[in-house]
Design a protein. Sequence first.
Length: 355
Amino acid sequence: MQCQCIQHFGQPLIQDERPDMTPTGTEVILEVTAAGVCHTDLHMREGGVDLGRGERLNYADRGIKLPLTVGHETVGRVIAAGPDAGEIDMTRNYVVFPWCGCGACDVCRQGDENLCATPRYLGIHVDGGYATQLRIAHPRYLFDIGDLDPARAAPLACSGLTTFSALKKLGDSYFDQPPLLIGAGGLGLMCIRLLAALGAKAPVVADIDPAKRAAALEAGAAAVIDPASPDVLSEIASACGGTPPRAILDFVGAEATAKLAFNALARNGKLVTVGLFGGAAPWSLPMITLKSVHIMGSYVGSLTEFAELIEIARSGAIDAIPSTVFPLDKAEETLNLLEEGKIVGRAVLSPATQV
Ligand SMILES: NC(=O)c1ccc[n+]([C@@H]2O[C@H](COP(=O)([O-])OP(=O)(O)OC[C@H]3O[C@@H](n4cnc5c(N)ncnc54)[C@H](O)[C@@H]3O)[C@@H](O)[C@H]2O)c1
Ligand SMILES: [Zn+2]
Ligand SMILES: [Zn+2]
């Protein structure tokens, strides 16, 4: 088998050849059909994220071992199953829930294994989907994609689940006024599609890149905003129906976007922060009190939420976001394109297209 892995943080991915995988116990081995390229894979290659005020979260200090095959948005077919894996249809394409926990702690037993303290996330703690083969601990992490195209279903595992879970945390009482989304990359575009599927008002979307703003309009945004505009706050309020938005989702998570979000948010409004670009919160404590705002974070989503999302996707209710397929052996170049802001929607790696 072939894989594209991080050998050293801060350096290009390398291609590695390894023996074909064999499953034990409940494990299953997939032949990868499609592997989505998430901005988190860039943070992984970089080796951490900026926590602001001179601090940094280093993956090396968090027990992440190298070499590591990245990739957590994977679709594939089962090619081998361990003796305890049970009956599995080997003709189907499955999208994989990658946010696996230990399965034994209280958090996992409550169904929130995406928040387990000893996580085994695919492509982050254990080898992921930038490969021709992928090992899965248990078939319960596999979801049949039905008639969906693998390249379009793969992003559901992270950009889909993350935005679905963030919208659940926001709550549908916020769905009757346009929310503001900041960032129209893989996550932002997926959120536009999900809001439509859930019957919510179309959002107003801010992004620094005109090409991403055009993609947001194409995906169904009610209006788009250039954060560099001198009247950005009044433009946001007027696009949101004449008053500041009650709900904001920040899919960038940088100091500039956190500041914009806080200033644009209505009194008593809710900000859900999702992006990991980095930095420290730029808000004044008295203003949080005086504006009476709710600020919360949202990290990926649960297995139950994933099952619900895949059901909705299989019904055809979620229009796919634009995706561009690249050969698996161009993983490093594809990450560079994402870093340079040149990917609109999602890039997806395909082992089948490599030469
Ligand atoms: N919380 C979670 O569970 C979770 C899950 C997946 C990804 N993420 C993180 O979310 C972030 C976005 O991921 P993605 O895959 O959508 O990235 P992406 O690269 O596809 O998109 C990022 C978008 O943000 C825009 N942008 C950058 N700086 C901006 C600014 N200052 N103001 C407005 N727009 C700006 C870019 O133009 C681009 O359109 C990453 O940091 C990623 O690691 C978090
Ligand atoms: Zn991701
Ligand atoms: Zn656990």
